[in-house]
Design a protein around this ligand. Structure first.
Ligand code: FDA
Length: 525
């Protein structure tokens, strides 16, 4: 055993002792929720909510300790003891971080896995809900649908996404154009800060409350629960899927879609999924576009709206199905529309894939040649399992000021474009080839997307756009490289809040907001 591993085993032991000695054991002893690599269930607990096979390798760094709190005091003990014994903290709710930052670090660390803190209580009269951070959006939707047929919530589509990470980075789904983001509907929160204090909106103050609604929770503390305002949805919602091929003028259709999709009536959202598939003849690949619409009302409403605003699509009634809001979410999450609502409880994907994703915002319609260039890239071998999702903005998104919460991508954005490349084969060479492919696509898109800064969505985390040093200190200048892309001018206010609430930069990861005082301290040392 090297001196280094003896020292780190000692540090881990001291940390564990500290947890046992500094916990409120009056209800459940913390010893029942601590897992180290000596526990037989350690790996299954760690791997359970990991979505991306890129991070399921033996070589992926692993936490010294995982704690699955059952009560607030367990989290407070971890925060206290981590500071005392030099452990970094990573907080995981649903585990969907695209770069695995909620459970991977390159220094000794502990994962606080909030999976046990997932209760949801709905007040139908006040149309509000308290949701613990370890709940998933699927669990929230299930509970809402159980309670009322005319309430909904404007968050994401994939049911296994955790509310802890999702709401703290924005969170959008099929109600985006009508109601904005999940974070726009947060009205209170419970957060444990670096001093271990349990704060609510009133005691944390409006600056910190602003920061955690879109600025990424991981920089500011551990969010234990959110209080949200639910929204009204009609009892009938219509979903329409219109598949179009290159032979059906797909390029011209997608080009045209850019001029109309952000101007539709806000009860209607029509997103586009572009992907490459096997051609029906000749063994070649070809591109298809699936125009996926959700209308808050019956099919009689959507056909005339579409005929008026986007007649080129040629939407017909047989492409549409009337259903409920919650089943429209199921449909978008690619479950059969009639599936049991219990699929909303699944936390771990049935098939785990390797993937790498990126995001961009489009402010001027792209020319047809840009789409043709994308389709050529799809034809490359590495692009075979890629997909690009185009999500229209406008509606409510254009009405909310850029600085209302840290999420800044509002008026002026026609749509968000998010490419993702999947692969199934093991091996670092294969991974490199697919990651290089999506980087090439990203570089190809440069002239056509937002500039100065080239904006990205924090919930589609992409470490390629810049990262903090994980050892040592990160300067404001370094962090602004990725920070301005996610937050535009709100980045400065986030740095001020961080400096106020976590001056020594305890809550940190490769893309956490840096505190100015910790950087100045390093310059003075
Ligand atoms: P995870 O637990 O990995 O946390 C993500 C980040 O938040 C980490 O930095 C973590 O430390 C921090 N964090 C988590 N919980 C915290 C807490 N309680 N307190 C403080 N910090 C905390 N997005 C979207 O807007 N709409 C969509 O439809 C989808 N769909 C989707 C599908 C799939 C398959 C994936 C993998 C991802 C998405 N996303 C998405 C992106 C998703 O919103 C994003 O990954 C969220 O950060 C996930 O939150 P989790 O809690 O699941 O992640």
């Amino acid at each position: 055993m090297s001196l280094h591993s003896i020292a780190s085993a000692d540090a881990q032991e001291n940390f564990l002792q500290c947890l046992l000695q500094n916990s409120d054991n009056s209800t459940t002893s913390i010893s029942k929720v601590i897992y180290t690599q000596n526990n037989s269930s350690y790996s299954s607990i760690l791997d359970f909510t990991i979505q991306n096979r890129r991070f399921l390798k033996a070589a992926t760094p692993k936490p010294q300790v995982i704690v699955k709190p059952l009560q607030v005091s367990h989290i407070q003990s971890v925060i206290f003891c981590s500071q005392l014994h030099g452990m970094q903290v990573r907080v995981r709710s649903g585990g969907h971080d695209y770069e695995g930052l909620s459970y991977i670090s390159h220094v000794p660390y502990v994962v606080i896995d909030l999976i046990n803190l997932r209760s949801i209580s709905i007040d139908v009269e006040k149309t509000t809900a308290w949701i613990q951070a370890g709940a998933t959006i699927g669990e929230l939707y299930h509970k809402i649908a159980d309670t009322s047929g005319t309430l909904g919530f404007p968050a994401g589509v994939c049911p296994s996404v955790g509310v802890g990470g999702h709401f703290s980075g924005g969170g959008y789904g099929i109600l985006l154009r009508k109601y904005g983001l999940a974070a726009d509907h947060v009205v209170d929160a419970h957060l444990i800060d670096v001093k271990g204090r349990l704060l609510d909106r009133k005691s944390m103050g409006e600056d910190l409350f602003w920061a955690i609604r879109g600025g990424g929770g991981a920089s500011f503390g551990v969010i234990v629960a959110w209080k949200v305002e639910l929204v009204t949805v009609p009892s009938t919602v219509t979903v329409c899927s219109s598949l179009r091929s290159l032979k059906q003028n797909l390029t011209q259709l997608v080009h045209r879609w850019q001029f109309v999709a952000d101007k539709f009536d806000e009860d209607l959202i029509t997103g586009v999924f572009l992907s490459s598939v096997n051609a029906s003849t000749g063994g070649n690949r070809t591109v298809i576009a699936s125009f996926e619409s959700v209308f808050l009302g019956g099919v009689d409403g959507v056909i005339p709206l579409m005929q008026k605003s986007f007649p080129e699509l040629g939407l017909v009634e047989k492409e549409c199905t009337e259903t409920s809001w919650v089943r429209a979410v199921l449909h978008h999450a690619r479950f059969p529309i009639e599936a049991s609502l219990d699929v909303l409880f699944n936390r771990s994907p049935v098939t785990k894939r390797f993937y790498k994703a990126k995001s961009d915002y489009v402010r001027e319609p792209m020319p047809e040649i840009a789409f043709e260039g994308i389709f050529e890239l799809f034809n490359e071998k590495e692009g075979g399992n890629a997909e690009i999702m185009l999500v229209p903005y406008g509606g409510k998104m254009s009405e909310i000021p850029e600085s209302a919460i840290p999420f800044p991508h509002r008026a002026g954005n026609i749509y968000k474009m998010s490419p993702v490349v999947y692969w199934y084969e093991e091996g670092s060479e294969t991974a490199e080839r697919h990651i290089s492919w999506i980087r090439k696509l990203h570089s190809f898109l440069t002239p056509f997307v937002s500039k100065n800064p080239r904006a990205s969505y924090i919930n589609y985390r992409d470490i390629d756009i810049g990262a903090n040093k994980i050892r040592g200190y990160t300067s404001y200048k370094q962090a602004s490289i990725w920070g301005r892309k996610y937050f535009r001018n709100n980045f400065d206010r986030l740095v001020v809040v961080k400096t106020m609430v976590d001056p020594h930069n305890f809550f940190r990861n490769e893309q956490s907001i840096p505190s100015l005082s910790s950087w100045r301290k390093q310059k003075d040392d």
